[in-house]
Ligand binder design. Structure first.
Ligand code: SAM
Ligand code: SF4
Ligand code: F3S
Length: 444
């Protein structure tokens, strides 16, 4: 398979992005080469997401697009990977014969064999939850990611079963990778030149690995990685309020490299809704965590996820969510209208009126976005630390992020890539800060 080309189109969360990179690492052992030209590949993978909306339809739409791209060319081996593949499995072959391989997220270790054994017109499907074998296999495959900022999955799957969510069905039960394997992979990334590692998990702070009667938690990984002098920043996502333990909170004072930015989804500001959603935490639990973190480090900022219009949401419930975002000025957030997902408990409940849900989403987003604009505006004329990631395509500008993960665009030079530098912010909008480099000033 020497010099065959592979193209992966990735949808969904950061874990899909990590997985796509690891699939590239694996198939490169077969001689496959990553291409950025999507109409010239021997193997085309759609790495899909099933979290909301018409996820399934989007996948068929994408396949239709690929079919057109290859109309007068040799058909690529078409693989559907990710959460839609897991949820829909062989049903997809019936509807779309163009698909050759269905590959669920816990079967990625089989990708090389599937490609080697692939015979034209023969369908292959792998959707077992074989998480231990998967990570066991990938522990032997070097992580070649050499971007300035890289993801590293430490935990996968979910046992929490929020009533709206499809993830426990698509990613399977919670699994935590062995501590030493995570450190070994982090070392590879650091050797490759990575300066920022974001530790990933569906419930990343539920990470728990037992070895010789010692429990390793997320805090152990953070404190261990903190020692590597070449590593500049550590982040983690996505955390769950129920697993925000004291040892993790203490990392915000023990680790200088852990960024003071906490993405902590709450979903709703109403206890009644949280109970209906099966979140198993209250608004007060969340506010407690907020206060404990602010106490340990005043500098910490929060972001969150909100579901608007969950079945049964009254005007009062909605107003409580609104009240919460007045109390906590989230630095950025994701907010979506509830989308019924096949197989979940909430999908069988009566939906609230669509136009009311839309109205509520507009109101909540207006408030969240105006907070964001205000926070970004307050950074104007300040000198801030930016980790420089890359030069921007088609522009003579550079791209980096501040400690709160906000994108920063500025005049810089190639030597600054991978460095933490000082930038003076001159301008801002809802999502981005714009500035210029302060010469001869080293970042903290
Ligand atoms: N594990 C994380 C947690 O517990 O908050 C979130 C993981 S999920 C991939 C990301 C976000 O998608 C959730 O926080 C939720 O806001 C949103 N989400 C999940 N299911 C949804 C649904 N059925 N409709 C709308 N949003 C949904
Ligand atoms: Fe989904 Fe809830 Fe699990 Fe998060 S904790 S992945 S929202 S079921
Ligand atoms: Fe989507 Fe699966 Fe991630 S449903 S958000 S790709 S875990």
């Amino acid at each position: 398979m020497l010099n065959k080309k592979i193209f992966i189109k990735t949808f969904g969360c950061q874990m899909n992005e990590y997985d796509s990179n690891r699939i590239y690492d694996s198939v490169s052992k077969l001689g496959f080469v990553k291409t950025s030209n999507q109409s010239n590949a021997d193997c085309y993978i759609l790495n899909t997401c099933h979290i909301r909306d018409k996820a399934k339809e989007k996948v068929y739409h994408e396949i239709g697009r690929v079919k057109k791209l290859y109309k007068n060319k040799k058909k690529p081996i078409m693989i559907i990977a990710g959460c839609v593949a897991q949820a829909e499995n062989e049903e997809m072959f019936k509807r779309e014969p163009y698909i050759d391989i269905i590959l669920g997220p816990q079967s990625y270790h089989k990708v090389n064999n599937l490609l080697t054994e692939h015979i034209v017109n023969q369908k292959q499907e792998e959707t077992e939850f074989d998480t231990i074998s998967k990570f066991g296999y990938f522990d032997q495959v070097k992580n070649n990611n050499n971007k300035i900022s890289a993801f590293l999955t430490i935990q996968e799957g979910c046992d929490k079963f929020c009533h709206f969510c499809v993830v426990p069905y698509t990613r399977g039960p919670e699994y935590s990778r062995p501590f030493k394997k995570i450190i070994a992979e982090a070392e590879q990334l650091i050797e490759n030149g990575v300066k920022e590692i974001t530790l990933l998990g569906q419930n990343v702070n539920a990470y728990s690995y037992l070895e010789n009667n010692k429990e390793y938690r997320l805090s152990h990984i953070i404190n261990y990685l903190n020692q590597y002098s070449e590593l500049v920043r550590i982040r983690y996502t996505t955390s769950h309020p129920r697993d925000m333990t004291e040892d993790l909170i203490e990392c915000y004072s023990s680790s200088q490299k852990l960024m003071p930015f906490v993405h902590l989804p709450i979903q709703s500001g109403s206890n009644r809704m949280l109970e209906l959603m099966n979140r198993k935490h209250t608004v007060d639990d969340y506010l407690d965590i907020y206060e404990r973190l602010k106490e340990i480090n005043e500098d910490i900022e929060f972001s969150s996820d909100f579901i608007i219009g969950y079945p049964g949401e009254t005007q009062k419930d909605f107003e409580e969510t609104f009240q919460l975002i007045k109390e906590i000025k989230f630095i950025n957030s994701f907010s979506f209208i509830f989308s019924p997902r096949p197989g979940t408990i909430a999908s069988k409940l009566d939906m609230i009126d669509k136009s009311i849900a839309k109205e509520r989403l507009t109101l909540i987003q207006e408030k969240l976005f105006s907070n964001q604009i205000e926070i970004n505006k307050s950074m104007e004329n300040q000198i801030i630390d930016v980790l420089v990631e890359n030069k921007m395509e088609k522009q003579n500008k550079f791209f980096g992020r501040n400690k709160y993960i906000t994108p920063v665009i500025f005049d810089g030079n190639d030597n600054q890539i991978g460095k933490n530098i000082k930038v003076k912010i001159q301008n801002s909008n809802q999502n981005t800060l714009f500035g210029s480099v302060i010469k001869n000033m080293k970042a903290a």
